[in-house]
Design a protein around this ligand. Sequence first.
Ligand code: SF4
Length: 697
Amino acid sequence: MNDKAQATCTTCPYCGVGCGVAVTAGEPVQGDTTHPANYGRLCVKGSSLHETLGDNGRLLHPRVRGRRTDWSHAVQSVAGVIREAVAQHGPGSVGFYLSGQLLTEDYYAANKLAKGFIGTPHVDTNSRLCMSSAVAAHKRAFGADVVPGCYDDLDMADLLVLVGSNAAWNHPILFQRMQAAARDGRRVVVIDPRQTATSDLADLHLSLRPGSDAALFNGLLTWLVDRQVVDRDYISASCDGFDDALAAARHSAPDVDAVADACDLPVDDVARFFNWFADTPRTVTVFSQGVNQSSSGTDKGNAIINCHLATGRVGKPGASPFSITGQPNAMGGREVGGLANTLAAHMDYQNDADRDRVQRFWRSPGLAAGPGYKAVDLFDAVHRGEIKVLWIMATNPAVSLPNNARVREALARCPTVVVSDCVAETDTTAYADILLPAMGWGEKDGTVTNSERRISRQRAFLPPTGEARPDWWIISEVARELGYGDAFSYTAPVDVFREHAALSAFENDGRPFDLAGFKHVDSESYDALAPIQWPVNQRYPQGRSRLFDDGCFATPSGRAQFVAITPDQPVQQPDRDFPMVVNSGRIRDQWHTMTRTGRAARLWQHRAEPFIDVHPEDLERLGLKAGQLGRLEGPRGAFVGRLQAVAEQRPGEVFVPIHWNRLYAGQALASDLMAAVVDPVSGQPESKHGVARLSAA
Ligand code: SF4
């Protein structure tokens, strides 16, 4: 046990596992042995957190157009440019680009100010790049953005299917649970074009053609029906749309040969996977960015969910589809409505009653008409001059968004870019007209929600660096300056959390996201808040591990919806000019654009420089050698990295890391190789399928 008398228990700020961290002054951080996400374990990123602290490189003071200033002037400046833009061009000329790094309280305040008081719908978040396809798939199937299962299901499943997930590197502590399950004799199937540290665990690795996941799961649905292992009673009691989904599945994937052909897989491997899925009631299908970051990511998510609905395996112990998010608070951002197409507390623009409810609760002077621009469209609107003021919080779009040269051009053209960040020099702060120093991890207080709907506290154990302030405070000060002081009279994060909880409970006649149990929470209880899974209300005062286990869903009819899926190819296809397919993703020891993990020396030991994983046959064919610098030239930009011969890479396909920013490496942005192609439903960019030609650098 941690000595809780001395340690501050907080939450890791990196991935969506949401591990508990115990911090004792002057000592390396430790895992919180009481936190249900990790029970004391930390991966290398989490256990290096103390090495990333300190004021080196921090943004210490507000700056307006290059000059240091005080908070009062900075706040007046931000309010002034917003007021002027709204007066001259309307509220839609103001945009917000938020982040899954923000705490829920920060996210809530930003969303409320933008949508409820300034009246702009153009509020989106870097979570759009991470899991918005899973959000859309959940809403289509279940009627709400709900992950039905929990981490314990990973321990209880007899079959774990991982689709588009390198959990060994991206969710290491969850992966340790999967390893333990495998040691206990449970089966693991990994579906991923690449062989990875995760697929090394697999009893069966399906190295399928990139983008063919929907064909595989359509084929599985057909197989389940033909083998008569679907749960007809469950379907008839709890679901709609089964016949249409089956017809579409049968049309695109009539038998195992057709699936093997579409996915470029051995027939026997496909049949083995289908048999295992059919024969194993306790199956959890984990899906992640490999599914979501696609021009048809929402359909892929629904193709997976269709198979779970057909077998009645939703929200049951050891049996559920399970979207694992990338960021520490992607889920919290979804809860407060940080996505451009949602309101707050899981309510929707499209629903008049929801709009009315949010407007009345906030006493909003003019709720945004919405929905607003999703991330890629938002920066397009900046580029064409429609957005006059863009406020970016805790994220680095000048590195991470696709077609990055155009994003940088947009930032350079934007009349006023406001950036709130804890780091002074990033690729994005270079474009800022107004810079606002935000508190960092260890300084700020609030909550985050992890991939299993578990709300945990991030707690402060350090004083603020320089003049840094919490994001909710900065937003509230600007709101006051704009004349909305009554609605932003928060004095501490608990005030924001209490209001967020109260909104979730306001006229709640069955919405799954419900924090009624916290709508009167006091400071003491908030400070002591133990990790808990929503909903938290009168019926579930201790939270709830699983949802929809009773076959009742959040659609108006209460029934789940099958979605008919016609598999689509990735939009960008290789051709004579750009013959290689480019996949991009994370490495084990770095996080996002390295603005924090880049400060910990030992995290550089894993990979010291950008690289390009290439099949040896491709190297030989192109006259290249492992170890030399290679150059990937795409239609919109280039990436330079050290060539690595990787026999497990599919020929014709390369892999590059997403982390390196221009401060660490001049020309190694994976986003320069990716087109601004998005899923038509979710708006999530296709970051797993670019094209390029490879040569020596
Ligand atoms: Fe942090 Fe994720 Fe590692 Fe846990 S698994 S310590 S949340 S980076």
